[in-house]
Design a protein around this ligand. Structure first.
Ligand SMILES: NC(=O)C1=CN([C@@H]2O[C@H](COP(=O)(O)OP(=O)(O)OC[C@H]3O[C@@H](n4cnc5c(N)ncnc54)[C@H](OP(=O)(O)O)[C@@H]3O)[C@@H](O)[C@H]2O)C=CC1
Ligand SMILES: O=C(O)C1=N[C@H](C(=O)O)C[C@H](O)C1
Length: 254
């Protein structure tokens, strides 16, 4: 399969290696310095483009990829609140194709299913309140992480006493703490920690006066995100529309 890469940073470089190891060809690499290549024949020849950039530029990259008539896989986070509805509409009503996930790792996909199941159980146990925390490397631009937002949505869909998530405390790379831990009973607070080169830790904690139940996913490296993105690209080459991990792993719909 012919793959174009958009964004050649931490994820883009690792995706290149895994895509080559699975027999794919990289036909074009677009970074910040060669934006004109969106119009190149090499880019247009790709079966799928894989985009990992940042919250500010992802939307524009999607529009340029759609214009070139190329299917897209993206893991960029932090753009959904502003542009999510429009991008979904372009895919569902105007024939464009995007496979997006806030986290491509199989481990988080499993964790996400467990999270939803646990939230459903907790409807029977009102003594427990729920909080979430996420820890990432100091270079990360968005907070809360995209994964934390997706996990929070999984809780809101299943736990009747919570209706929105809210930002909790932020521990910044320089050690300063901002935000608050207090929130309304219907709110789920997400605290964020930026520390060293952490790949991504997500913890969901249910706490009562007598005990606590905690589930955690801790990425040991970027291998899971990278393999998942390449598997998603292989899937996207054969499918159309607005796609996600529940298409790739239908057990999530059970
Ligand atoms: N869904 C998932 O599983 C995962 C998602 N992510 C998300 O993916 C994104 C990228 O992560 P990561 O690779 O670690 O970040 P990096 O900062 O390491 O890489 C991003 C790259 O994109 C480049 N870039 C900036 N602007 C443009 C542009 N307009 N067009 C093309 N390239 C551009 C940057 O160049 P320069 O450095 O010169 O600005 C940089 O090389 C983040 O939003 C992160 O949250 C990350 C890991 C897993
Ligand atoms: O920026 C990162 O590194 C990551 N971003 C994604 C997110 O925002 O959830 C996925 C993963 O946690 C790594």
């Amino acid at each position: 399969m012919k793959i174009a890469l958009i964004g050649y940073g931490k994820m883009g470089k690792e995706i290149e290696k895994v895509a080559l190891s699975r027999g794919h060809e990289i036909v074009c690499i677009i970074d910040i310095n060669n934006q004109e290549d969106f119009e190149s024949e090499a880019f247009k020849s790709a079966d799928v483009a894989i985009e990992f950039t940042n919250p500010m530029v992802a939307y524009n990259n999607y529009i340029r990829t759609f214009k070139a008539g190329v299917k897209l896989v993206s893991g960029s986070t932090g753009w959904m609140a502003e542009h999510g509805e429009e991008i979904k509409r372009l895919c569902m009503e105007e024939g464009k194709t995007l496979f997006w996930s806030s986290n491509f790792s199989l481990g988080v996909t499993i964790f996400s299913a467990v999270n939803k199941y646990l939230a459903k159980i907790m409807n029977q146990f009102p003594a427990y309140d729920v909080t979430m925390s996420e820890t990432h490397h100091i270079h990360k631009m968005d907070a809360p992480s995209g994964t934390a937002i997706t996990l929070a949505e999984g809780i809101l869909e299943n736990l009747d006493r919570k209706s929105e998530w809210t930002k909790g405390t932020l521990l910044a790379p320089d050690g300063t703490v901002s935000g608050t831990n207090t929130c309304a009973p219907n709110e789920l607070p997400i605290s964020s920690i930026r520390e060293g080169e952490v790949f991504g830790i997500h913890t969901i904690r249910y706490e009562s006066d007598i005990d606590s139940i905690t589930i955690t996913h801790d990425a040991k490296n970027r291998g899971g995100f990278v393999l998942g993105a390449v598997l998603a690209a292989e899937y996207t080459a054969q499918h159309e529309g607005y796609l996600g991990m529940s298409d790739l792993f239908p057990f999530l719909n059970d």
